[in-house]
Design a protein around this ligand. Structure first.
Ligand code: WQD
Length: 340
């Protein structure tokens, strides 16, 4: 069976994709330095999949250390590159840290593809490349907009680095533009487990509900939307993981090197912040303690996907909605809080 290299395989989306690939019969190994994840994720991947997950603790920016691993692994059929810093707000505070880590790690992955003839790359990109779109929903032809954060800029530059080096690296690349990943594995064993305080909406909601935070703030209620709060397209992390396995299969069967393709991964449903909170209250049966506050700099007013292309070409069919996202996120928060 094909051998797949995951970078960031113990992270949020990486760990869920690790499970999906193992359950699909792939041989998988990960490189992850645990900068935003914990080694105990590996034990939980084993509990779900029944297989022993392999991870090498290495910094992708350490080219020599990385090369030792890739050389000893022999022929690798594909790499899925998740590893990156991804907090929009933090990237505004620490742009050089984001450029250094996100761009140098990608550069080393591309060097390994070239030197060790890894024919396929699946790249973790983001809907942030669209900025504040004029037209909604956005499809893959919607033009990139000027980045609104250093994080978003590293995703735009990452796509361009891959595309402009195809003749040198000789890879077939699939660029996956995620909308808002959320939720947790239905087993309750893995979920969003950030090392530092959560910044994204759904974990902030569950941390507030469990009492880790006294209350949460809705960032802005005067936007030109149906209830004044921002609109996002929340996609369940298990649906997102499935899309990676399907993208890998598509690349291996229909994307001979050199070449590339781009897919939006969203559920095509725009949900406001207040609607997300109401969905949580319905799913959990708990009232949430929140207040309306000022806008957060850099926030996009509204964005949601047209994912027709992923459905038609990858055969991808997202199964879960915002209620399932809130349910699984809540189960995960309760379990995580007991273990901590
Ligand atoms: C969502 C909405 C906030 C926290 C994320 C990822 C980014 C990319 C796109 C993958 C916004 C509001 C939040 C809070 C709030 N994904 N909010 N109170 O900014 O859309 O970006 O998805 O690459 O990596 O970061 O996600 O969850 O931070 O915010 O009101 O305490 O929730 O203002 O409207 P965002 P988010």
């Amino acid at each position: 069976m094909a051998k797949v290299w995951l970078t960031g395989g113990t992270g949020y989306i990486g760990s869920h994709t690790f499970v999906d690939l193992l359950e699909s019969g792939y041989e998988v190994f990960s490189t992850d330095n645990f900068s935003n994840s914990s080694p105990h994720v590996l034990e939980n991947i084993r509990k779900i999949s029944g297989k022993e997950p392999i991870n090498y603790e290495v910094d992708l920016c350490d080219r020599d250390a990385l090369e030792l691993i890739i050389r000893q692994e022999g022929q690798i059929d594909a790499v899925i590159h998740f590893a990156a810093y991804k907090a929009v707000g933090e990237s505004v505070q620490e742009p050089l840290k984001y450029f250094d880590n996100n761009l140098n790690s990608l550069l080393n992955v591309l060097r390994m593809c070239k030197k060790y003839h890894i024919p396929h790359l699946v790249y973790s990109s983001s809907c942030t490349v669209y900025g504040n779109p004029e037209q909604l929903p956005v499809d893959e032809n919607t033009p990139m907009a000027p980045a609104t954060s250093p994080y978003g800029l590293t995703k735009q530059m990452g796509e361009d680095m891959i595309i402009h080096s195809l003749q040198a690296t000789r890879i077939g690349a699939v660029l996956l533009r995620y909308f808002n990943p959320a939720g947790a594995h239905e087993s309750g064993y893995i979920g969003e487990d950030p090392r530092n305080a959560a910044l994204n909406l759904v974990p902030v909601i569950t941390e507030t509900a469990i009492g880790k935070r006294e209350k949460m703030t809705v960032f802005g209620s005067d936007y030109p939307t149906r209830d004044g709060t921002c609109v996002r397209d929340y996609i369940h992390v298990m649906d997102l993981a499935r899309a990676h396995t399907q993208a890998l299969e598509y690349a291996r069967q229909h994307l001979p090197p050199p070449g590339y393709d781009v897919f939006n991964l969203g559920v095509e449903n725009g949900v406001t912040v207040l609607e997300a909170i109401q969905a949580f209250e319905r799913a959990s049966g708990q009232k949430l303690n929140y207040q309306l506050g000022p806008r957060r700099p850099g926030d996009v007013v509204a964005i949601y996907a047209d994912a027709t292309k992923a459905k038609k070409i990858l055969g991808w069919t997202p199964q879960r909605d915002i209620l399932n996202i809130m349910n699984t996120a809540w189960q995960w928060e309760k379990k995580r809080s007991i273990e901590q």
